[in-house]
Design a protein around this ligand. Structure first.
Ligand code: C2E
Ligand code: MG
Ligand code: MG
Length: 724
């Protein structure tokens, strides 16, 4: 039971008294003088201050002013005094010290009246507002904390209205977008919002998404900074509602993802482009082909698909090294691109293969003109270091929709046409015709069969004898023969280049060298002294392992090195000549002889003849075949032979079929001869016999007259079935 008020002035009714008694807080009346000693204080006073109301009334009790926090007393009195001067209501918040030492926040509302004389009179109510003030303070503190996070965050942040007006932004966002401070940024964003996104449609997408879903997450766009630089940003944003569920704003964060974006773009680019040339790769080619053909079928035009393969590239790459090969490919790629229109595509398909998509071609003649232009551009020498490299392009073409609509098939057709162009002589182009399919199938069959040929024991060696100016057998050349169970006999010219391409040439050469040396060691009689020549692919000089291989085989088989001659061709000279020369000198120092085969057909500079350690020069069959036919050919062959002889080389003529050719060559000064006129290539046991017999039967008078120039007939049954 609350104590009854001691004095109730001018509150008449019982009801009013009851109300005042039960009111939370303290209803009071006092003067501003004497420490605000109360003349009335409602019972709520105890709950509020810890003092009973009569304690605040008693002259020896607590004066209310003493309860007011010392820091605020002056402010409270001043406010009340001011209100009193105008007879106004006042409202004031301050702290009081309760009896138990607690501090409470109170709200005092009252009416102050200046007495005619003496201090102001006040009536009012003091309520406990501690809880509310504390909540407010906590809120303010939290706000302060959040503001600090907002202002000091490394992440760009913003708030916008529902219709996209920017309300707030932090310094990080200002920095990100190149503004000095948030205020400038807000002004800029609100003025230029439309141009903020590089793709204006992004803004509409953002707004639709956030309106429909209430949020956007990882929303990536390219934006323009104030300085005009474009960057990529990722935005996370959501709608903010108050406790009543009313929309307040959108707020979001922005981070710079430019670097990641560039990296991803780079990865994407790499996945679709060739690293060396930057051209589209096979993956992208497929896309481009789809686009091209879709476009062409809508427009009713043709698209040409050209498969380009560089002739001689592999030799250059193997001999000059990959760095040179790469430079060459880059140069060719650039030329291909510059020959075509922007709407066309140049893709790198593989090693030295490119695929071109030529858009909107009116007819075959137009395609042909473009291809001619390309071939001319490619044929221009490419300078790599001190080398001037000559490559040519063989091109095969298929046409959409004439040759079909299946893109993979069209590619295969173009590839087939390219092989046809190559077979036709390098540096040409060919349009696909159905007949090529057979050629491709066949090439594929040979490729497959070749992989098992050595292991399967399908390869053998035949030997073609050589005779000297006296017609006496003086050695032979080993020539590889391959008979496949279903493909039949295949000539080296058909499978050696393929073996080089497929990387099978090492295995084949090992087999050839081992077989030849073994065979030669087994020959008895005069044949046991004779030399044997082995053809060696220029490719083998690239890795530098040839001397070691030969040394090993000689040691294993016991063939005296002086009996082995290796025949190399001029293609050797397009490569790293110093590297090659070292290996040739190595071989020479073992005692092995070196012959330059097919001389005159290649592209070597004559100066190499002096620089490289050759022992033998083999005049190519193409010179031999004409030498008895025309004056020009005769002069040419004489020139070649005398030059070789002047350099101290043994000059050998190959491919002699007629005695008239033999007479010419003998007269020109050739030292040795080889050809069907004397013998066709034959198996090992037959050649040993032939060599022995013809060594003895050779003419000793030194003359090889056209009429009786055959030192001995081809042994029946031991030849390859007559001249090849
Ligand atoms: P090559 O070294 O110039 O060999 C001479 C080619 O001419 C041989 O053809 C031979 O059978 C042929 N021939 C010989 N005399 C006559 C003739 O009087 N008239 C005509 N028309 N041809 C004649 P084959 O055996 O088909 O070899 C072709 C080429 O294949 C060889 O040319 C050589 O470059 C290469 N080759 C042969 N065997 C091997 C080998 O074991 N390894 C390597 N890497 N290449 C080889
Ligand atoms: Mg040869
Ligand atoms: Mg030859």
């Amino acid at each position: 039971m609350r104590p009854r008020p001691v004095e109730v002035e001018s509150i008449g009714s019982q009801v009013m008294a009851l109300l005042v008694d039960n009111l939370d807080g303290m209803v009071f009346r006092c003067t501003l003088a004497s420490g605000r000693r109360m003349t009335f204080a409602s019972p709520g006073c105890r709950h509020l201050t810890g003092y009973a109301s009569d304690e605040l009334l008693a002259s020896d009790g607590a004066a209310y002013e003493a309860l007011i926090h010392p820091d605020e007393r002056e402010m409270v009195n001043g406010t009340i005094q001011a209100a009193a001067e105008f007879g106004r209501r006042y409202q004031i918040e301050y702290r009081i010290l309760c009896r138990d030492g607690h501090v409470k926040w109170v709200l005092e509302r009252g009416l102050a009246e200046q007495g005619v004389s003496g201090p102001a009179k006040i009536e009012g109510l003091v309520e406990d507002i501690t809880e509310r003030v504390q909540a407010q303070m906590e809120l303010a503190e939290a706000e302060l904390r959040y503001r600090s996070i907002f202002e000091h965050s490394e992440v760009g942040m913003y708030q916008t209205t529902e219709d996209g007006q920017y309300l707030a932004a932090n310094q990080a966002l200002a920095n990100l977008l190149g503004y000095g401070n948030p205020a400038e940024l807000l002004a800029g964003l609100n003025a230029w919002a439309g141009q903020f996104y590089v793709d204006p449609a992004r803004r509409a997408t953002y707004r639709r998404q956030i309106r429909e879903e209430g949020r956007v997450k990882g929303f990536e766009s390219e934006v323009v900074r104030q300085d005009g630089v474009r960057i990529w940003v990722s935005e996370d944003a959501h709608a903010v509602f108050d406790t009543q569920g009313t929309f307040r704003c959108y707020e979001g964060t922005v981070i710079d993802v430019t670097e990641r974006h560039r990296y991803e773009e780079q990865l994407e680019f790499q996945a679709a482009h060739d690293a060396l040339t930057g051209l589209p790769n096979r993956n992208l080619l497929q896309d481009r082909l789809h686009q091209a053909t879709a476009l062409a079928s809508r427009a009713g035009v043709k698209v040409a698909l050209a498969f380009v393969d560089l002739d001689n590239f592999k030799v250059i790459n193997d001999t000059l090294g990959h760095a040179a090969g790469d430079l060459l490919l880059e140069a060719v790629a650039g030329r291909l691109v510059s020959c075509l229109r922007e709407t066309d595509t140049v893709a790198r398909y593989g090693g030295d293969e490119f695929v071109l998509i030529l858009m909107a071609q009116p007819g075959l003649a137009d395609i042909a003109r473009t291809l001619e232009r390309i071939q001319e551009a490619v044929a221009d020498p490419v300078v790599v270091g001190e080398h001037r490299l000559h490559v040519r392009a063989s091109i095969g073409v298929s046409v959409y929709p004439d040759d079909g609509e299946d893109l993979n098939l069209l590619l295969r057709y173009a590839d087939a046409a390219m092989y046809h162009a190559k077979e036709d002589g390098k540096g040409r182009f060919a349009f696909y015709t159905g007949a090529f399919n057979r050629a491709v199938t066949e090439r594929f069959a040979i490729e497959t069969a070749l992989r098992g040929a050595v292991e399967g024991g399908e390869m053998r060696l035949h030997y073609q004898p050589r005779v000297d100016a006296n017609g006496r057998a003086c050695g032979c050349e080993a020539l590889l023969r391959w008979t496949h169970p279903s493909l039949g006999g295949l000539r080296p010219d058909r499978f050696i280049p393929l073996a080089e391409e497929l990387g099978l040439i090492h295995e084949i050469t090992e087999f050839v060298l081992a077989t030849v040396c073994r065979d030669a060691v087994s020959w008895g009689g005069s044949a046991s002294q004779m030399g044997v020549a082995v053809n060696v692919s220029s490719r083998l000089f690239a890795d530098g392992r040839l001397p070691q291989l030969i040394r090993g085989v000689l040691r294993k088989t016991g063939l005296p090195p002086g009996r082995l001659e290796i025949e190399v061709t001029e293609s050797l000279l397009v490569g790293n000549v110093e590297h090659t020369a070292r290996q040739l000198r190595d071989l020479r120092s073992l005692g092995v002889r070196i012959a330059l085969d097919d001389f005159g057909t290649g592209y070597s500079a004559l100066s190499y003849l002096r620089k490289l350690p050759f022992d033998v020069l083999k005049v190519d069959r193409s010179f031999v075949s004409e030498c008895d036919q025309s004056e020009d050919a005769r002069a040419l062959v004489r020139g070649i032979v005398s030059m070789g002889a002047a350099l101290g080389l043994t000059v050998v003529a190959e491919g002699i079929e007629r005695s008239s050719q033999l007479a010419e060559l003998a007269a020109a000064g050739c030292a040795e001869f080889q050809g069907y006129l004397f013998a066709v290539p034959m198996p090992a046991q037959d050649v040993a016999m032939w060599l022995r017999r013809n060594h003895a039967a050779g003419r000793l008078d030194g003359s090889l007259s056209p009429s009786d120039s055959r030192p001995a007939a081809v042994s029946p049954g031991c030849a390859e079935g007559g001249p090849e």
